[in-house]
Design a protein around this ligand. Structure first.
Ligand SMILES: C[S@@+](CC[C@H](N)C(=O)[O-])C[C@H]1O[C@@H](n2cnc3c(N)ncnc32)[C@H](O)[C@@H]1O
Length: 363
């Protein structure tokens, strides 16, 4: 068993576990995992090396997946040098091009540049003594990242298995001016929808921008199609994994945006995107609405922000009358609102609340 750390935004730890619990048996029916810890922006679990690496292809909510290589007490640089030099790096590395990320708190070793240089020296000494197996590195591959963390003299050494952050689904997606990260959109969809079926409903984003919520709802149960850092060193058969059926199975995925330049950039036959104004959108009892309105920073809003957000919520409730809806509102303006549930998180440095409302028929 190996230990993996799934990095996620603070307060999304439960959602990562829900996603894991649902998807794991579909992809790895013969294997199991144990959760070791879930808090402070991450979920630590124990499982086989192969399954842990393949989570990069399966999960939509974590932002990065790290493999713990070593955990040990360490109070001085000579000890750090020896620990690093003794690790069997041949198991993981096919290139000597490395990037080291150091964090050190409440430890005797605190000088991050000295720590980094010691790690690089120890790796150099390892490479002198051991020839690492050569493998053709994927085109455009970045240096392999190694994370060194020291907290209260406890050293943990982890290897990045993802490469680019996992919200990057495919490298040439169109992204709007104020688009939400794909990993966040997936987490909020799961928070709003759970794992029920919605085959009689339309999923509607009436301020859709680059339609991230709709693409994520469409792809949540499919595999991530891009490449990952672990593919540079692990010989795994990716063919064993297959896309899974989408239990949400909305009858339609529909986006509306007032800015027709945004709409022109989207070409997708399964997602219907039209030009329109949220405040003029029609009643649809058979819709589930999810949206991320402008916050007034990157996209300007005229007038009082509290009045604006209140009126967006009111229009969805009384104008569209959906079966349920979820909306992101900066926390400062979400305080007085009374949703059925709320999830607090940080979006590009702004404290926000995701508010979930259920219609009277749906309570
Ligand atoms: C924060 S962005 C949404 C980003 C989107 N969730 C994404 O991931 O790309 C807000 C969007 O609302 C649109 N918008 C602003 N006022 C609107 C209105 N009254 N009706 C419809 N769309 C509106 C803007 O054009 C912008 O694309």
């Amino acid at each position: 068993m190996r230990s993996f750390y799934l990095v996620c935004p603070l307060h999304f730890e439960d959602l990562v576990q829900q996603e894991l619990k649902y998807k794991w048996p579909l992809h790895f029916p013969k294997d199991s995992y144990n959760i070791l810890k879930a808090d402070k922006g991450g979920v630590e679990l124990e499982c086989s090396l192969e399954c842990g690496l393949l989570l990069n292809k399966i999960l939509k909510i974590p932002g990065r997946i790290m493999l713990r290589v070593k955990k040990q007490k360490c109070r001085d640089l000579p000890k750090l040098f020896n620990i690093i030099k003794k690790i069997n790096w041949k198991e993981y590395l096919r290139q000597e091009n490395m990037e080291i990320e150091v964090t050190a708190k409440k430890s005797r070793l605190i000088h991050t540049t000295k720590i980094e240089n010691t790690v690089l020296d120890a790796l150099k000494a390892y490479f002198m003594a051991n020839k690492i197996p050569q493998k053709k590195i994927l085109c455009g591959a970045k240096p392999q990242k190694i994370y060194i963390r020291l907290f209260e003299d406890n050293l943990s050494i982890s290897l990045d298995t993802s490469g680019e952050l996992l919200h990057i689904r495919e490298l040439n997606n169109y992204r709007g001016l104020a688009s939400i990260r794909e990993t966040y959109a997936s987490a909020l969809l799961l928070y709003l929808l759970g794992l029920k079926s919605y085959n009689k409903f339309t999923l509607l984003d009436p301020m859709c921008g680059s339609a991230t919520f709709l693409y994520e709802a469409k792809n949540f149960f499919e595999l991530n199609k891009r490449s990952f850092a672990f593919e540079n060193w692990a010989n795994l058969s990716l063919a064993t994994l297959i896309d899974q059926d989408n239990p949400w199975s909305f009858s339609q995925l529909q986006g509306i945006d007032i800015n027709n330049q945004v709409i022109q950039k989207q070409e997708n036959s399964t997602i219907k995107i039209t030009e329109g104004d949220l405040f003029k959108s029609q009643q649809n009892h058979n819709s589930i609405v999810i949206l991320n309105p402008p916050y007034g920073k990157r996209i300007k809003i005229e007038g009082d922000l509290q009045v604006y957000f209140d009126s967006v919520v009111k229009h969805i409730q009384n104008g569209i009358c959906p079966h349920a809806f979820g909306i992101i509102i900066p926390s400062a303006f979400a305080k007085k609102l009374k949703p059925h549930k709320r999830l607090k998180f940080n979006q590009n440095g702004i404290k926000v609340d995701f508010l979930v409302y259920l219609s009277a028929r749906n309570k």
